[in-house]
Design a binder for this molecule. Structure first.
Ligand code: ADP
Length: 513
């Protein structure tokens, strides 16, 4: 099959969060299974170009549209870890992708709407007809709309359009005039059956456009699929999703097994092998490997070298992730005699200031490190070193950090929501068999829930080593690779089966012979 992903992120060259990991991991799996995969992203100036091999100009001239104006774009191609990547560089006076960032500009809608139209022009002009054109979240959700409403009329055809919803909270709202800028008649899409926003009825909602116009919709875990069909998780698009329920499927994300593998991870100080970890000897080697990494991390971050359990958080600090509960987890863990490392970054000034306050409060505490940064290498080292990892999310479509933690033998403590509920099974309360239980969870996102889960985890760590090791082993044994999800996506990409139309009996046959 020929599959083209169009996205706003691609790990590791342009990653803001899990979306970038998913596009990378899924593409690698599909390529491994022998499919032809291409990924189209904007040519951001903040791309790590050292990771793009064989970068060259594919088309020097590709004209696209913004209102009544035409702008040229340079189309680049390159190779990231064996994956073919197409980068679109607009020559537009607004320098859409030369802002040193992926998201966070006041004109984000215009940036990604322009990109979406340029992608369709590129596909049309280059004569590519993929079996599946796979788009991700609101930044590229306009593509199925453009395909159906503009490019099909021009005679262009591809197999299927697929929209993956990574996060329902962000939907891309704009005015009809903004939609008109890319060549659609904005006014005519402010209707309930097309792109009218369910809350602000004069506005356009790009995610809704993707839901209405894509051939298939997926989301990133089976539990999140259920949640977004309800008022509590649908962010007002639940009715539209219910209407299109037949084309919606939740597919649990995987993690890339080479990028996230403690045996080969070049970011960590001491490699360790988690395969066949059922035996005592193998477990002892894992424990030793983690201990060595912990020692290195402690000295690197000037944490006290001690036997205290090491509790960690690596997260974007945004309301979805429960920043108040993260702060609470930190203070509570410290009170209970643990050490705590927080690696977090946030685009929100008030949250940044709050965590800076916390940083000041604990600056002389040898058992706390708070780093307000985005640091891939340090994140890997934390997964490899920590004993436990806290994720108190308010909602979590899939969550990758719990999967990475499990892979690295770090026991997750999570709020049971979205994909966290699909992947973390509490040692006491889960209905899963004991051999699948791998962590601690709590139901309500409040301080009490966090406290109780952390207390149970610390108790188990300190007083029930056998149980603790069982949790670690259960986590490490499970396959979180993209293999299973890759196969599920291939089912989604398959052509829609034509239902044979029963031919009407001809008049002749009605005449008795
Ligand atoms: P989301 O996409 O909502 O941010 P996920 O759990 O799906 O959450 O994915 C988060 C990804 O981003 C993981 O790969 C995690 O390691 C990484 N990450 C989050 N915060 C940081 C940070 N401050 N530094 C480095 N990596 C981070």
């Amino acid at each position: 099959m020929h599959i083209i992903h169009v996205a706003s992120e691609l790990a590791p060259i342009a990653k803001a969060g899990g979306l970038g990991d998913v596009v990378y991991g899924l593409s690698k799996e599909l390529a491994k299974q022998g499919h032809q995969v291409e990924i189209i992203i904007p040519k951001y100036d903040c791309i790590d170009f050292s990771l793009v091999k064989n970068l060259k100009v594919e088309f020097r001239e590709l004209w696209s549209y913004d209102g009544p104006y035409r702008f040229n774009n340079t189309i680049w191609s390159g190779n990231v870890d064996g994956l073919k990547v197409i980068l679109i560089e607009p020559h537009h006076p607004d320098y859409f992708f030369s802002r040193g960032m992926i998201y966070g500009c006041s004109d984000d809608i215009n940036r990604f709407a322009y990109f979406s139209r340029a992608v369709m022009e590129y596909l049309f002009k280059s004569g590519k007809h993929p079996d599946a054109l796979h788009v991700h979240d609101w930044p590229t959700a306009l593509i199925p709309v453009l395909y159906r409403e503009m490019y099909m009329a021009l005679g262009y055809r591809l197999g299927k359009t697929v929209l993956t919803i990574h996060n329902m909270e962000h939907q891309g709202r704009c005015t009809a005039a903004q939609l008109s800028r890319i060549g659609l008649r904005g006014d005519s899409y402010v209707t309930p059956g097309t792109m009218q926003d369910p809350v602000y009825d004069t506005l356009i909602n790009l995610m809704k456009g993707g839901i209405e116009f894509a051939d298939q919709i997926t989301t990133v875990s089976p539990n999140y699929e259920k949640e977004i069909l309800t008022e509590a998780g649908g962010f007002k698009l639940e009715d539209v999703l219910v209407k299109h329920k037949k084309k919606l499927k939740g597919i649990l994300n995987g993690i890339d097994e080479t990028f996230w593998n403690p045996l080969t991870d070049h970011y960590i100080a001491h490699k360790y092998d988690t395969h066949g970890v059922d035996t005592k000897e193998k477990l002892a080697m894992v424990l030793e490997g983690k201990k060595e990494n912990r020692r290195f991390l402690r000295s690197h971050l000037q944490l006290q070298d001690s036997n205290r359990p090491l509790v960690a958080v690596v997260s974007r600090l945004v309301p979805q992730k429960g920043p108040e509960l993260i702060k609470h987890a930190l203070t509570h863990s410290i009170e209970k005699g643990a050490q705590f490392i927080l690696l977090g970054s946030t685009p929100m000034v008030e949250i940044h200031l709050e965590f800076e306050e916390l940083q000041k409060k604990y600056k002389d505490d040898p058992n706390v490190v708070i780093l307000m940064d985005k640091d891939e290498a340090l994140a890997h080292l934390i997964y490899a070193s920590a004993d436990m990892f806290v994720i108190p999310s308010i909602f979590e479509p899939c969550g990758l950090t719990q999967l990475i933690s499990l892979r690295y033998g770090t026991v997750p403590i999570v709020r049971s929501t979205g994909g966290l509920a699909d992947t973390v099974f509490d040692i006491e309360t889960s209905s899963k068999p004991m051999k699948e239980r791998n962590g601690f969870s709590f139901d309500f996102p409040d301080a009490e829930g966090v406290d109780l889960a952390i207390d149970r985890a610390l108790h188990c760590f300190q007083h029930e080593p056998k149980q603790w090791h069982m949790l670690m082993q259960n986590g490490m044994k499970k396959d979180y690779s993209w293999k299973r999800a890759g196969l599920e996506y291939l089912e989604i990409y398959k052509p829609i089966k034509e239902i044979p139309v029963k031919s009407k009996p001809s008049r002749k046959s009605l005449i008795p012979s």
